[in-house]
Design a protein around this ligand. Structure first.
Ligand SMILES: [Zn+2]
Ligand SMILES: [Zn+2]
Length: 268
């Protein structure tokens, strides 16, 4: 348990309930199908582990899966960070710049909004993402953006494996006519004899996984570019001179993560 909580920072253990939603179920199914299919394809048919390049390919596939899941679960479980209920700035004068949330009965820090789905005021709220079943905001922004970058890269690698597996297994079995394409699944492969023959169901599973991988590459890749574009537009460098409420973030950070008092240096 200690190892898991060291890898994934759970704000609360009951956050696990966020998994029970169509977004995470679909996202995790796509990750599971693409990564396990790419690993099986590599080991059994396309790039066996008995070569150096095959081992490197295998390690890279495992790496993509671990990194994608690490960022995905952190984006989901760390969460965006919520403004404490009934929060108000220490200096009463700062409230004149802030909006009041009647649901949370507190003030909204700059660039924070109330999310109806989370039913809390979210720190530097970007949007509520159904795929992580949580808001994207102050604390999980980096995890979320890294996930959006890594998922298409991992999918491109997986798609390459799917295409090359189907090509290498079918290139001596497939024949093209004027109006038909024939695949002779009974013919054995001449060069490489895998333990499990490449069957029609393996071919169908590869086609399905390829569709998922290409769809994810396009959809998540577009989300990544939109996300980066929005960040550049919305987050110009904030200076305390231009925004009189920007210092409230230090106040909030201090309240949420109070630092232990520094011990005076003991010099000999
Ligand atoms: Zn609120
Ligand atoms: Zn939300």
């Amino acid at each position: 348990m200690n190892i898991i909580s060291a890898i994934i920072v759970f704000e609360n253990l009951h956050e696990v309930r966020r998994l029970c939603h169509w977004g995470p179920i679909i996202a995790l199914t796509v990750i599971a199908v693409c990564s396990s299919m790419a690993i099986l394809d590599s080991i059994i048919w396309y790039w066996p582990l008995d070569t150096t390049s095959g081992s490197i390919n295998f390690i890279m596939l495992i790496n993509w899966t671990v990194l994608i899941l690490y960022n995905y679960f952190n984006a989901m479980f760390v969460g965006p960070g919520y403004i404490p209920l009934e929060w108000k700035p220490e200096n009463q004068r700062d409230t004149m710049y802030l909006q009041f949330c009647r649901v949370c009965e507190g003030y909204k820090a700059p660039r924070s909004h109330h999310c109806r789905k989370c039913n809390r005021c979210v720190m530097k709220m970007d949007h509520h993402c159904p795929w992580i079943n949580n808001c994207c905001g102050h604390l999980n922004h980096a995890y979320f953006t890294t996930f959006l970058l890594l998922a298409p890269l991992g999918c491109i690698h997986a798609a390459f494996i799917f295409i090359m597996t189907m090509y290498s297994q079918l290139n001596d079995r497939i024949s093209f006519g004027w109006s038909s394409v024939k695949i002779d699944m009974s013919a054995p492969r001449r060069v490489h004899h895998p333990i499990i023959p490449f069957s029609i169901s393996a071919f169908a599973a590869n086609l399905f996984a390829l569709g998922l991988a290409l769809g994810t590459t396009i959809a998540v890749g577009m989300l990544f570019f939109i996300q980066v574009g929005v960040e550049e537009l919305e987050c110009p460098a904030q200076s305390p001179d231009l925004n009189p409420t920007e210092h409230l973030w230090d106040e909030l950070e201090h309240r949420l993560h109070p630092r232990p008092p520094r011990h005076p240096n003991i010099s000999a």
